[in-house]
Ligand binder design. Structure first.
Ligand code: SF4
Length: 310
């Protein structure tokens, strides 16, 4: 026990010095707040922190000389920091799972269709295909069409003409090549020796592009499965591709019609003759001679002769 002080002011000074040393130690260890008495009858939630093994280092800000300081109390009241109780665990937020993208509508592979052996079965399957096309919304051309335009003529013909896509008249009539270009095409077909309706006529896309623009590549891509099925069921011996879009849609080429016309190509085993579109001939009548040369090539393969002029 310490010696009693003769002068109470000495004792007061000693107490003040001790309190100051304690506060400075707290300050140096980062402690804050008033110490709490430990709950001795309650198990701590976590193991108690190790008390500092070494006494706190001297604080340079301490005004009193070291000899005047009382030793820091070793009582656990001060050595044990206040227990921290963590907040209850947050409920697990379920992870966001993005919805699965809509399954792409598969292009019906031609081989998946039951084989149509008889002409009647082929015609029936073409009718089914046309009704499937009538409700198609695979591309943006569906938004502004009046109706789809599937084909006209004899689906069992040896010869098929493939054009670009429906125009205004075709969109209203529901048949391909019924406008001025169609009338010129009919004259060309008659010059080859065919009666009206004897050949098969269809297009690369089945819906009218707005403002009679050219179909865009993604629209042609969306529609090409229909044409593939259509030609597989029709089974023409020869195809005439009318214009750049027709031959590009059939062959997937980017070459222009001027370079391609008059040269035989192959589409899935069927010979194709590229030539100018009748609409081009309306603007450029001098090109009719070249088209007639191309059509004569086709006639020679088919063993056809132009009808005698009466
Ligand atoms: S153009 Fe062809 S793919 Fe596009 S909506 Fe018409 S039928 Fe369908």
């Amino acid at each position: 026990m310490d010696e009693p002080h003769a002068d109470p002011r000495d004792e007061l000074f000693e107490i003040a010095t001790s309190v100051r040393a304690l506060v400075e130690w707290y300050d140096s260890t980062g402690a804050w707040g008033l110490p709490l008495a430990p709950a001795r009858d309650v198990e701590p939630a976590y193991p108690a922190a190790e008390p500092h093994a070494a006494p706190p280092p001297p604080n340079p800000r301490a005004a009193a000389p070291a000899a005047d300081r009382r030793p820091v109390p070793s009582d656990s009241t001060f050595a044990q920091p206040a227990q921290f109780t963590p907040p209850p665990e947050r409920a697990q937020v379920p992870q966001y799972v993005p919805p699965a993208p809509p399954a792409e509508r598969p292009q019906r592979p031609a081989a998946a269709r039951p084989e149509a052996r008889t002409p009647e079965a082929r015609i029936e399957q073409l009718r089914v295909l046309a009704s499937e096309v009538a409700s198609c919304t695979r591309c943006r051309l569906a938004e502004r069409r009046t109706q789809t335009v599937f084909a006209r003529g004899n689906p069992l013909s040896e010869l098929c003409f493939v054009g670009e896509g429906p125009g205004v008249e075709e969109d209203l009539a529901g048949e391909p090549f019924v406008g001025p270009a169609g009338q010129l095409l009919d004259k060309m077909i008659a010059a080859m020796g065919y009666r009206p309706g004897e050949v098969y006529i269809c297009n690369i896309v089945k819906c009218r592009p707005p403002e009679n623009r050219k179909p865009q590549p993604d629209e042609m891509e969306a529609c090409k499965g229909y044409l593939a099925s259509q030609l597989e069921l029709a089974r023409p011996r020869y195809i005439v591709a009318l214009g750049a879009t027709a031959i590009q849609g059939l062959l997937g080429t980017t070459e222009g019609i001027t370079k391609l016309r008059g040269k035989w190509k192959m589409y899935r085993g069927t010979p194709v003759m590229p030539t100018f579109h009748p609409a081009y001939l309306l603007r450029q009548p001098s090109a009719k001679r070249e088209v007639w040369t191309d059509l004569q090539e086709v006639m020679a393969r088919l063993g056809k002769k132009p009808p005698a002029r009466g």
